[in-house]
Design a protein around this ligand. Structure first.
Ligand code: SIN
Length: 334
């Protein structure tokens, strides 16, 4: 019998701790983005049995240094690979610090249903017990699996599966650093196959009305995040209103802040700067028109989107409109 060809999986490397190297295998310090994609793949020879890997190095940075420039390059490459019928799925290796932002960004600008899987590691490639190779194996196994199709970008870490919109880095260190706090993880990898627990119920990819082209035309609107705290003053908000197209409030509780700060945000909104209220708490719903009268103030409620993802959706929304009600509809949908 002729041997069946293995599915082609594109692995796009961007750096991160998964590609990190340290002076010795037990050292706490290391440099993210030190190891190239060839070396990453060489650590997982088992991949040769499940996929025909096509590797590319898109960047090699610690993801604290992720930029819109890298997002542009990554989105263009992912889009091209999605259109290539010979490619079954795409894996992106990424630092864990901003992995959730890149995943959410791609979920809104890539309008294809091909499996896209992001993966990282908390331990560097050279560490004792590095989990990167197992994560990478699972990522490739997921990207070639038919159940991964049509769910938007997925993240696999520690055998857990997360939807791009839901995942959040919830711990600065340690292996269990990721969760999907509001809607729960999407599923698990078991024996190299995904078991999904839920559908992705928010709009993404093929339903998205956003695109990279839209961002390029609009010049990537600038959105700042203000982190609320006791005694937050309004002078920095006034400054940001002069420098940004939009402001996301990482508010206390239900997306709130001092009266002084809310007055500053009101002035910002009145001057045409879009204002979105999110919460710094890490989970829960910022309800519209409850703690603050968004309709009267001209604000938008982020619902259960965290501030760093609200920044991305606002940036994309501002390519289309500055009207708070129209922006709110985006936050209700994506
Ligand atoms: C990074 O985000 O590149 C550093 C941290 C990590 O990958 O765990």
């Amino acid at each position: 019998m002729p041997e069946r060809a293995l599915p082609v999986i594109a692995v796009l490397a961007t750096g991160g701790t998964i590609a990190g190297a340290q002076p010795d295998a037990t050292a706490a310090g290391y440099k993210a983005g030190s190891v190239g994609v060839g070396e990453l793949l060489a650590a997982v020879p088992q991949l040769a049995a499940i996929a025909d890997i096509r590797a590319e190095q898109v960047a090699n940075v610690g993801s604290q240094n992720m930029t819109h420039e890298v997002w542009r390059a990554l989105a263009l490459r992912v889009d091209a690979l999605c259109q290539d019928p010979s490619v079954a799925g795409i894996v992106i290796t990424h630092g864990t610090d901003t992995l959730e932002e890149t995943a959410y960004f791609l979920s809104l600008v890539i309008r294809h249903d091909k499996p896209i899987v992001l993966v990282g590691a908390m331990r560097p490639a050279t560490a004792l017990g590095a989990e990167g190779p197992a994560n990478l194996y699972n990522a490739v196994a997921l990207a070639r699996h038919p159940d991964a199709r049509g769910r938007g970008p997925l993240v696999v870490m520690n055998e857990d599966l997360h939807y791009a919109r839901e995942i959040q880095k919830t711990a600065a260190a340690g292996l269990c650093a990721f969760a999907s706090p509001n809607r729960g993880r999407a599923g698990v990898m078991h024996g190299g196959a995904p078991q999904f627990y839920s559908r992705n119920t928010t709009a993404h990819t093929t339903e998205s009305e956003f695109s990279l082209a839209l961002l390029e035309r609009a010049g990537w609107p600038r959105v700042a995040i203000v982190y609320a705290h006791a005694d937050l003053q309004d002078d920095l908000i006034d400054f940001l209103a002069g420098a940004a197209d939009g402001i996301v409030l990482a508010g206390v509780g239900d997306g709130n802040a001092t009266d002084l700060a809310i007055d500053g945000l009101l002035r910002a909104a009145a001057s045409g700067v879009a204002v979105v209220r999110a919460s710094r708490t890490g989970s829960g719903l910022v309800a519209r028109d409850v703690e603050l009268d968004d309709a009267a103030l001209g604000f938008v409620a982020a619902r259960d989107l965290n501030p760093q993802k609200a920044r991305i959706l606002l940036m994309l929304g501002l390519c289309v409109t500055r009207d708070p009600q129209a922006l709110q509809r985006f936050f209700d949908r994506y």
